[in-house]
Design a protein around this ligand. Structure first.
Ligand code: SAH
Length: 365
């Protein structure tokens, strides 16, 4: 059984030969006809996966607290652009704005909200979620369309959805991993011809044949665009995602469908396709683009450092035991360590321009 997008990709391969992982990734998520984000409602219990803002309002609230802190550290500029790339259902921005309006009314009143979203369907959902901030919110098809000005930017689970390239170690060096057809006409991984600059590889000896190395120029380009904007107009960007803090080897391409892992080639267009984010690489890109690196830390430490426990206690006050238990479970899921919890798997990276000190990041220079 092949999906509609699977059949389309097979036709493409029969006509022009194997396609790269990056092209496959892009088609799965964004094919105009059958792409995952074009056709599905991925978020939430009924969808395929749950993101942090959908687990608890505490997540977006802590990001709001961080943004207020960043705004203050930058000297409380007027006319702040509060931006988010890939806002999903708009939940995180709604939770951020509630906190901002309470603890920094001056920021709330003088800011404009900018959502970078390509899907009309999701724009409508975000409009609904943010209805009480109507008039304040603007939508853009790409990050480059944002008007000039000081920017506080957040992106949660954006980078994992930007396609990567994969290379496989062979006896003749690293070769690009491709997707072609096997003898039974099923999609199958193949090894292509393109190679990569060895300077990109992690330090140390070469790994065994068959080892995969992931490289994400498209993610690098987005990070670079963010940092160039910060450099021009000032501001801070907060990037949250799952991934690793050291560049290394390994195949992290993963598909998720109905809250379960699926083979990446099994159901093109019907499963979400992502890969882990190489935060070390993003940090190097940011520094090379002239941004100040505030740091990169575990999501759990970040949320704890911003006071999620205190806020959770306040939220549970005057509530039923059942609600209090649900809040506790949500905090554990967001900030705790180990299987099924996000506290260590997810990392938070902050970059600024000009250089400002931002809690809870440690001073890095
Ligand atoms: N931040 C939301 C949604 C995460 S899912 C949450 O936490 O719930 C990833 C989102 O990023 C999707 O909405 C997808 O459409 C969007 N996305 C992926 N690549 C993008 C790009 N290049 N520009 C803008 N949005 C993008």
């Amino acid at each position: 059984m092949s999906t509609a997008l699977g059949n389309k990709i097979k036709t493409l391969i029969r006509t022009s030969g194997p396609i790269s992982v990056t092209d496959f990734f892009a088609l799965c998520l964004a094919d105009p006809e059958h792409g995952y984000y074009k056709t599905r409602e991925p978020f939430g219990i009924a969808g395929d996966f749950i993101t942090a803002p959908e687990i608890s309002q505490l997540f977006g609230e802590m990001i709001g607290v961080f943004m207020v802190h960043a705004w203050q550290s930058h000297g409380e500029p007027d006319g702040t652009h509060l931006a988010e790339i890939g806002p999903g259902r708009g939940t995180m921005m709604a939770d951020m704005l509630r906190v901002i309006s309470r603890i920094a009314p001056k920021l709330y009143q003088s800011c404009t909200v900018h959502l970078v979203e390509t899907s009309d369907r999701l724009r409508a959902v975000q409009n609904e979620t943010l209805i009480e901030h109507q008039g304040k919110v603007r939508w853009h098809g790409s990050f480059g369309e944002l008007p000039p000005g000081f920017t506080l930017l957040a992106a949660n689970e954006l980078f994992d959805a930007i396609p990567i390239r994969q290379f496989v170690k062979t006896p003749t060096g690293f070769r690009e991993r491709m997707i072609g057809l096997d003898a039974d006409d099923n999609l199958a991984f193949k090894i292509g011809i393109a190679t990569l600059d060895p300077a990109l590889l992690p330090e140390g000896g070469l790994p065994a044949d068959g080892t995969v190395f992931e490289f994400a120029p498209a993610r690098q380009a987005v990070m670079q665009a963010i940092c160039e904007r910060l450099h021009l107009f000032g501001g801070t960007a907060l990037i949250i995602d799952y991934g690793h803090m050291t560049t290394g080897y390994g195949d992290t391409l993963q598909a998720v469908r109905n809250h379960e892992y699926d083979g990446p080639l099994d159901n093109p267009g019907l499963a979400d396709l992502t890969s882990h984010v190489d935060f070390a690489h993003l940090a190097r890109t940011a520094v090379a683009a002239g941004a100040h690196l505030n740091g990169c830390m575990f999501q759990g430490d970040f949320l704890a450092g911003l006071g999620i426990e205190t806020r959770a206690t306040a939220l549970g006050r005057d509530k039923t035991d059942h609600t209090r238990r649900a809040i506790k479970t949500a905090v554990e899921r967001l900030a705790g360590a180990g299987e099924g919890r996000m506290g260590e798997l997810f990392k938070v990276l902050a970059v600024s321009s000009p250089s400002v000190r931002l809690e809870p990041f440690r001073v890095t220079d």
